[in-house]
Ligand binder design. Structure first.
Ligand code: 5AD
Length: 353
């Protein structure tokens, strides 16, 4: 064990931040033992704030249409092989009814950037969900919008918003996105969301093409600056119909290590063990929880929509990743000392957060 790395980990735990160079050293120098130490510290921090409780979110994928051309994403506008669908309001409400019965108290409406979902339509869907289920939270994940649109979403009752920054490095951002998208606008969206009052979530892919340790350091520094309520990270997984079809997948091990680091940096954050982690590793979700995550997001979309919302190859939406598999998931988590909590699972501002 390299003692300087151990000291960096302690510094992260104590000061909740590192310099860019320190992040690079920690990321590049890590080994299994350091990762285990980091996970142990992260787990202790999470238990102090959230106990052994794991929050659940029902993920409803409302549209596979997208006007964006993100190079890594299977539903990008240029993929002619992508099967497109969008859910009707009644379908979405039916998912919520089923989800509520299963125990979900947060519904996440996620979709490509689909102009069919006008502000009026989104607001009326959110309003209806909140009227039918006043004890539930609604999370939206519908991409980049104007501050005014975000404000309307918030006023219609939406509680949370997820928008990963994907990468905080300008050049890297350009290598993953078409010229009509910008990191600057992404960041503007995230700061708008926080200002409006959303519980806001950001995050990035681990092992996306061209990514360096310095890029990951920038991601950590950006998260430190933004102080989001939620942070979702998952390994990059290639999709066969994208320009990155032959790129290797991101590392599960590095993703788990970074989850632990994020928990130490932002102790109160809601951190999901993401579907991409579960897709690359059969025990990915459980490992994510042990590394410091405290949220899982089983799929609640109608079954025929699930295989069409293909962001990456082999995306799991059945078994343990499905809402129907909740009982199994719950048993698996019990075995490793965690319990699923039936509640909205809001961000909790513990002491020292
Ligand atoms: N691999 C892993 N994650 C992906 N996402 C999109 N495409 C991929 C991919 N090929 C993630 C992005 C996006 C989230 C909804 O899914 O980070 O923000």
């Amino acid at each position: 064990m390299d003692i300087t790395l151990y000291r960096l980990l302690e510094k992260l735990e104590r000061e909740r931040s590192l310099s860019s160079g320190e992040w690079v050293r920690l990321i590049e120098g890590r080994d299994g033992e350091l990762a285990r130490l980091a996970a142990g510290k992260a787990d202790a921090v999470r238990r102090r704030i959230y106990g052994n409780r794991v929050y659940i979110r029902g993920l409803i994928e409302i549209s596979s249409y997208c006007k964006n051309g993100c190079l890594y994403c299977g539903i990008n506008r240029d993929n002619k092989n992508a099967v497109r669908y969008r859910l009707e309001k009644s379908d979405i409400l039916a998912c919520c009814v089923k989800g509520y019965e299963l125990g979900f108290r947060t519904f996440v409406l996620q979709g490509g950037e689909d102009p069919y979902f006008t502000d009026d339509l989104v607001c009326s869907i959110v309003g209806e969900i909140k009227a039918m289920f006043p004890d539930c939270a609604v999370t939206l994940s519908l991409g980049e919008k104007s501050g005014q649109t975000y404000r309307r979403y918030f006023e219609s009752g939406a509680d949370r918003y997820l928008l990963r920054h994907e990468t905080a490095d300008e050049e890297h951002y350009k290598s993953l996105h078409p010229p009509d998208m910008s990191l600057e606008n992404r960041k503007r969206c995230l700061f708008d969301l926080k200002k409006i009052g959303f519980q806001a979530g950001s995050g990035f892919m681990v092992g996306s093409p061209h990514q360096t340790a310095a890029n990951l350091a920038d991601d950590m520094l950006f998260l430190n600056e933004l102080e989001p309520h939620m942070v979702g990270i998952g390994p990059f997984v290639h999709h066969k119909d994208t320009v990155f079809a032959d790129e290797p997948s991101g590392s599960v091990e590095l993703t788990l290590f970074l989850i632990s680091c994020i928990r130490l940096m932002l102790p109160c954050a809601l951190i999901p063990a993401t579907p991409a982690l579960g897709t690359l590793d059969g025990c990915g979700r459980e490992k994510g929880i042990c590394a410091g995550a405290n949220v899982v997001m089983p799929n609640l979309s109608p079954p025929d929509a699930r295989d069409k919302y293909m962001l990456y190859d082999n995306k799991l939406s059945s078994g343990g990743e499905s809402a129907e598999g909740l009982r199994q998931l719950s048993e698996n988590l019990n075995k490793i000392g965690y319990e699923i909590e039936i509640s909205r699972g809001d961000f909790r501002k513990g002491m020292n957060c």
